[in-house]
Design a protein around this ligand. Structure first.
Ligand code: HC1
Length: 574
């Protein structure tokens, strides 16, 4: 350890720590704005400055390493004044329409302004930049009038997602974060993952809001409005209502959706089970009949788009299965509509997703089993939270309620889809039992759990060594696929999720401020909710889900049947 003094108090911190990290050990939170651990460590915004004895000027604590005997002050008038000036300068070219801003209440800039006692936000007003809002992408808009040039978005896009479609253009006062040649985001090879939105400290980046359409559909007596909730939603929806990260709010979520007026509250987890039935069948079919291997999962639309843009020669490796979101919509507008005697035209299928790419996915080609879009409206978890607030529903005091049947019934295999490795584990539970005809002794495939970017394992199944790999975050996917292409690595089955850690860390989950993200692993906290649910559920294998069994016996016949292909499978663009 290294011994230093912060504000006159002795602090021992691990070697290699920054002043910011050492201060945290001393229970002092130094404010930051541009800093994001391991993603954006550029020390550029100067909000985190502190005084260091002997240093010629104030130093950026987020990148400044500690050394033995160092003396630091974090709250002197000089420090506080500098931070405040920096903020006032940022505010002088910032669209300050806080009342109507989507981030009002959880904007990092707004909180800093209050904390640092900014009294005159127009102090340095003069010339300002005026930008047109970019609405060209299917899933989001970019409002550079609210951008503070922290570069968290461009760092995550390039370093974590290996996409890199936004970055600084121009210099000095004219600097903007934009695409090459100022193209609209929708014209670039953006994959809609929304990680930029998840890390943006202000209202500069946000999903396109579809909540009004949902309120309208619910109010229309001629419409039967069905809602499905993705696995990860229950692990994040509590956060906007002040509940700790990692709180399971499944029961309250169902209760809230019912009170919003949805006619049926169903669970995407049901369709995750259905996906496993089809995908495990597809895997075994490809292995036994010499199909294209490795088979790669196709439930994450950000990943599918990335594959189409960046690895077009590997689209044949993608599973032809639609994602659970789309399978759910397709099953609702065919099987469920028939069973209930409802014209599919009168069904409005709404999905609640931790994902922004799902907004893009609903508009893809070949996702219309009943001749209508499988899913009509995909909302993020943030949009659902806003609907609940707008409707005056007191979320935290709601009772726990259960999903409707039959499309609300699911297994532990379905719920772990939301964590990286979960789809693989769920598929293995079904594939192994199908292949061996024997019951698995342990259902936990621990080797594919956890937040590492790339995981691999080999399982001996009925005499065959099945090699599997799991990647989350597109930079990791890129690395893994390049190894497969070069022949350096060989697998039979690969799971890829677009967002690092899987859907629990999706671009549509509630934004967590950097002050929390930098010191907590939100991926594991949220994933634990799903694994705990799995281990407590009566059914933990997709093929044992009674509602799935009934769906096959009365409608699809068997996995991979002609009818299943018509409704549940899709095609890709090269
Ligand atoms: Fe996901 Fe999936 S797990 S992609 O992350 O396969 O979004 O949660 O709904 O479709 O089930 C997302 C989550 C989600 C699909 C499932």
């Amino acid at each position: 350890t290294v011994n230093i003094k912060i504000n006159g108090v002795d602090v021992a911190a691990p070697k290699g720590s920054t002043i910011l990290e050492a201060a945290r050990i001393a229970h002092i939170d130094i404010p930051t704005l541009c800093y994001l651990k391991e993603i954006n460590e550029i020390g550029a915004c100067r909000i985190c400055v502190v005084e260091v004895k002997g240093a010629r000027s104030l130093v950026a604590s987020c990148v400044y390493p500690i050394n033995e005997g160092m003396e630091v002050w974090t709250n002197t008038p000089k420090v506080l004044d500098s931070r405040k000036k920096t903020l006032e300068l940022i505010l002088s070219d910032h669209d300050r329409k806080c009342l109507s801003c989507v981030r009002s209440g959880n904007c990092e800039l707004q909180k800093l302004s209050k904390d640092l006692k900014v009294e005159n936000e127009s102090l340095y007003d003069g010339e300002t930049n005026q930008y047109e809002i970019d609405y060209t992408a299917a899933h989001m808009y970019r409002d550079n009038n609210k951008c503070i040039l922290c570069r968290r978005c461009s760092a995550v896009c390039e370093k974590v997602q290996a996409v890199g479609v936004i970055g600084p253009n121009e210099r000095g006062f004219k600097t903007t974060i934009a695409s090459a040649f100022d193209m609209g985001l929708g014209e670039t090879s953006c994959v809609s993952c929304g990680q930029c939105i998840a890390v943006c400290p202000t209202g500069a980046l946000s999903e396109k809001d579809n909540t009004d359409e949902v309120f309208k559909a619910i109010a229309d007596p001629t419409k039967h409005v069905v809602v499905q909730t993705a696995p990860s939603v229950r692990a994040g929806l509590g956060e906007p209502f002040g509940l700790p990260i990692g709180t399971n709010v499944e029961g309250k979520m169902v209760a809230a959706l019912r009170r919003l007026g949805f006619d049926r509250v169903f669970d995407t987890d049901f369709a995750a089970d259905l996906t496993i039935m089809e995908e495990a069948h597809e895997f075994l079919d490809r292995v036994q009949n010499g199909g294209v291997l490795p088979l790669i999962t196709s439930c994450s639309p950000g990943w599918v788009k990335y594959c189409e843009h960046y690895f077009p020669d590997m689209t044949e490796n993608l599973s032809s299965c639609k994602s659970p979101q789309q399978m759910f919509g397709a099953t609702t507008k065919t099987y469920y509509a028939e069973k209930m005697g409802i014209d599919p035209k009168d069904i409005v299928m709404v999905s609640i997703m931790p994902c922004t790419a799902k907004k893009f996915e609903v508009g893809r080609d070949d996702q219309d089993a009943a001749g209508l879009p499988d899913v009509d409206i995909a909302l993020t978890v943030r949009e659902l939270a806003r609907m609940i607030e707008r409707a005056g529903i007191n979320f935290t005091s709601l009772p726990d309620e259960e999903f409707d049947s039959p499309l609300g019934m699911s297994t532990g295999a379905g719920v772990i889809f939301g964590a990286t490795g979960g789809v693989m584990e769920a598929a293995l539970r079904t594939a192994v039992e199908t292949l061996t005809g024997e019951e698995l002794k342990s259902l936990d495939f621990k080797e594919v759990r956890g937040i590492e970017g790339i995981k691999e394992s080999t399982y001996n199944v009925a005499g065959m060594d099945v090699k599997v790999a799991v990647a989350s975050g597109l930079k990791n996917a890129n690395e893994l696929l390049n190894k497969v292409k070069s022949g350096e690595a060989e697998y039979h089955f690969i799971e890829i999720m677009g967002c690092p850690g899987g859907c629990v860390n999706g671009g549509g989950m509630p934004q967590v401020p950097a002050s929390v993200r930098n010191f907590n692993d939100i991926r594991s906290l949220r994933a634990k909710v799903l694994y705990d649910l799995d281990s407590s559920m009566p059914y933990r294998k997709s093929h044992e889900n009674p509602a799935i069994k009934e769906l096959y016996s009365t409608y699809f016949g068997k996995p991979g049947s002609h009818k299943a292909h018509e409704v549940l499978h899709t095609t890709y663009v090269k």
